[in-house]
Design a protein around this ligand. Structure first.
Ligand code: ZN
Length: 342
């Protein structure tokens, strides 16, 4: 209400607390006129005196009406509920009166305009898990079983092979896990960022793409931890999925991943795209055929960042959709909690 009043008066600064004017000795102190209703009051008095002298009764009436408006407005101000009226002794200076005024409390009659709250980012519920066969299955019995998990290993290699895959995934509104190698990230960090920026999910595939089952514990630590750090530095978050090269792991690796809250997964549907060479004829058709031959609900499809896989992808995804499958957002897969956080 105070703000409303200051707008009407047009003279009072918003930051200045209201000054009680009746009985305030400093009212006629010119130093405060430019900041106070008193100046308006003073002008009105002058106006009334002037017109009375000029003997124009109608002008006297209108000036008096204006004065009564100002008075009633200030009366409302001082009567605002919850705002204790400051008792200013006639002898106290205005500056003192201002200083002793309690801070204005908001009037309960003001309805605060609703503050637009940021819309919560859509939380993805983890309603799927990876089973012993590395299929993705709904946690709830009545969940949709006809889903496919798409994965692309061994990148990031090159824009020419990566971009067609990203574009096709976008076209089908599909998300996949890209299991990446550290030595490739080192060569093409910008491509790792691109995968992340395009909304795809990044998984750890070891630094050197070696058989981890044959490595020492220290070497396994290095192979996993380095990639976790690289990805975190480039994208802001470390992978929660890991796929050992060639699906080979040992007890130490399994325990380490579990302890660190990283979900290990192999695959359950191999496209065999990695067995094909540049000289192999009809590669895209073969990629599709291999996947369709092994197709089942929850298929965890292993593909690679290869030119022919990129070529096959649009047709493959279309055929899967036509058979009633949808592509599972990897964010919906239940992951592990690091043991330290348990
Ligand atoms: Zn691999």
């Amino acid at each position: 209400m105070r703000d409303n009043m200051t707008i009407q008066a047009g003279l009072v600064s918003r930051s200045k607390p209201p000054i009680k004017w009746l009985g305030t000795k400093g009212r006629l102190n010119p130093s405060m006129w430019y900041n106070d209703n008193d100046f308006v009051f003073f002008l009105l008095i002058l106006q009334i005196l002037k017109v009375m002298i000029m003997k124009k009764p109608w002008a006297v009436l209108s000036a008096a009406a204006a004065l009564s408006l100002v008075l009633s407005a200030c009366g409302a101000k001082s009567a605002a509920p919850g705002q204790p009226s400051a008792t200013v002794s006639p002898s106290s200076a205005t500056a003192t009166a201002e200083a002793t005024l309690p801070p204005a409390t908001p009037s309960p009659t003001i309805v605060p305009s609703p503050t637009p709250s940021p819309s919560p980012s859509p939380e993805v519920t983890a309603d799927y898990r990876v089973n012993q066969n590395y299929d993705v299955v709904p946690i709830k019995e009545d969940g949709d079983k006809k889903v496919i998990l798409l994965t692309f290993d061994d990148g990031p290699k090159a824009e020419e092979t990566l971009l067609p895959i990203l574009d096709t995934l976008d076209k089908h509104k599909a998300k996949a896990i890209f299991f990446v190698n550290g030595y490739r990230i080192k060569e093409k960090p910008e491509l790792l960022k691109l995968i992340h920026e395009r909304g795809q999910i990044i998984g750890n595939h070891s630094y050197d793409h070696i058989h981890l089952s044959e490595e020492s514990n220290n070497s396994i630590d290095y192979q996993i931890d380095t990639v976790q750090k690289q990805v975190e530095e480039l994208t802001g978050s470390a992978p929660v999925f890991m796929r050992p090269p060639n699906g080979l792991s040992n007890e130490y690796l399994r325990e380490k991943l579990k302890k660190e809250g990283i979900l290990r997964m192999n695959w359950s549907n191999g496209s065999l795209d990695w067995t094909m060479k540049f000289s192999t004829p009809n590669k895209p058709e073969k990629v599709i055929q291999n996947v369709m031959d092994q197709l089942h609900s929850g298929s965890n499809i292993l593909m690679h960042e290869l030119a022919w896989t990129g070529e096959a992808l649009d047709s493959l995804l279309t055929q899967l959709e036509q058979k009633g499958y949808s592509f599972l957002d990897p964010n919906r897969i239940e992951t592990l909690k690091p043991e330290a956080a348990k």
